[in-house]
Design a protein around this ligand. Structure first.
Ligand code: SF4
Ligand code: SF4
Length: 438
């Protein structure tokens, strides 16, 4: 038993160390973004966390995937209680540690976990069918090939295997209890596995112990592997959705944030009085808008890691629907990919060494210009991500710094500058068209 405990503790320590190292890297990557003070209305922020992250409010606009997702989500949260017992058993060399303390309700708890395990298997199987056989449209966009597709499938298959191992472990344990074998003390019947255990009784005790121990070890090793897979996967959203909804913008969705760095200059150019709350910056901004992830705020970068790649934003995007190249989901995926690339550069050199690239190597001008700023993607996102915020920052860079704008836009900018409107008429002639209507 002692050797098993030592192996278990070593496995646990290695898994937690590797996971924390990866989480620290992700935190470092997020903090590569510009500083942004988040202030105000804590109550509203917590309400968003409760409704959107915990309550999955926006998911319920579409009932079927919402209920299936709820099974997987509850499975993830509630079955962790059972993992706690497994971990303590592994460390202390015990078997079903909690049983003596909660004996009357123990079978009810495990039965509830088993029902949940079956629902998770069902939900994950349906998700696999939707993605791979029914080819639901929002999972078929060009950005959903290669790793993103494999990643989604990996997790679903992995969850099914973990749940099957959990059920096998309980079924063989119950069969051993029926044979009054060794330390497999009676626990009471578990709802799903008790009938299966009755059939398993015909197997020899040695084989049953092998089945029970084998599925116990594979289950916990799988959970620890899953923990370390998360930071490399879009499924890291199960952790980051909570801070992301807390820090999400509370401004009205249609409000484009001002560039604080240039507000005093613009006010003086337009002959407006200086606003005391806006003083001139001590040093000019590195870039107008964003050329790379360093120019985005840490909040945008947190959002990139929180994206679930569900594609609800892309499905609602009018530009995408009309065949344009823009996909708001891809904007978030590209931001994360570029950030990961920079993270690897830092890991290799100790600090960032210019690689001659930028976020604009991932996101094309054609995509950026296709956005109508309609906010449909922002409205749809179940975890309060705004792909538009990143699009606007990149577009600001293209317009204000790279001077990369179509000819038609330049004419409009000149009119706004000269006439205060996109049209070529001076302001005092603006009403003349109406006189012709009389
Ligand atoms: S704001 Fe832009 S990216 Fe978002 S849905 Fe509208 S057009 Fe698409
Ligand atoms: S931005 Fe939001 S809606 Fe779009 S894919 Fe990511 S999580 Fe889904």
């Amino acid at each position: 038993m002692l050797i098993a405990q030592i192996v278990f503790i070593a496995l646990l320590v290695i898994a937690i160390t590797l996971f924390s190292r990866q989480v620290r890297k992700i935190r470092r990557n997020i903090l590569l973004g510009r500083d942004e003070q988040i202030s105000g209305n804590r109550w509203k922020r917590w309400k968003n966390v409760l409704l959107l992250a915990f309550g999955q409010k926006k998911m319920f606009r579409n009932w079927i995937p919402a209920i299936l997702h709820l099974f997987v989500y509850l499975g993830f949260i509630i079955i962790n209680l059972e993992i706690l017992e497994i971990i303590l058993d592994g460390i202390l060399g015990t078997h079903r540690l909690f049983l003596p303390y909660i004996k009357p309700v123990y079978p009810a708890f495990i039965s509830a976990f088993e029902v949940l395990a079956v629902l998770v298997i069902l939900a994950c199987s349906i998700f696999l069918i939707r993605r791979n056989i029914l080819h639901v449209r929002r999972f078929e966009n060009p950005e959903m090939t290669c790793w993103p597709r494999r990643d989604a499938n990996n997790i679903l298959i992995f969850e099914i295997i973990l749940m099957l191992l959990f059920l096998t472990m309980n079924a063989s344990d119950q069969a051993l209890q029926m044979k009054h074998y060794g330390h497999y003390y009676p626990t009471g019947s578990f709802l799903i596995t008790h009938p299966i255990a009755q059939h398993l009784q015909q197997i020899s005790p040695g084989l049953l112990v092998g089945l029970e121990r084998g599925s116990w070890w594979l289950h916990i090793a799988g959970v620890l592997f899953f923990l370390n897979y998360l930071p490399y996967s879009k499924h890291f959203h199960i952790l980051l959705a909570f801070p992301n909804t807390y820090y999400a913008s509370l401004e009205p969705k249609s409000q484009m944030p001002l560039m604080a760095d240039i507000v005093p200059e613009v006010r003086s150019m337009m002959g407006l009085e200086a606003d005391d709350s806006q003083s001139a910056p001590a040093s000019p901004p590195v870039h107008f808008g964003a050329r790379d992830v360093f120019d985005l705020s840490w909040r945008h970068l947190l959002a990139a890691y929180s994206c679930t790649e569900c594609g609800r934003c892309t499905a609602a995007c009018p530009a995408n629907q009309t065949g344009k190249k823009l996909s708001p989901r891809k904007i978030m995926m590209d931001t994360r990919d570029r950030l990961e690339e920079i993270g690897r550069n830092i890991d290799m050199h100790g600090s960032f060494v210019d690689d001659g690239k930028s976020l604009l190597n991932y996101i094309s001008e054609e995509e950026l210009r296709a956005c109508t700023t309609c906010q449909a993607c922002v409205e749809e996102c179940p975890v309060s991500i705004s792909p538009l915020a990143i699009i606007l920052e990149l577009r600001r860079y293209l317009v204000m710094e790279a001077s990369s704008t179509p000819q038609e836009w330049n004419a409009m900018f000149t009119s706004i500058e000269n006439n205060g409107a996109p049209w070529t008429f001076p302001p005092d002639e603006r009403g003349q068209w109406a006189s012709r209507l009389a």
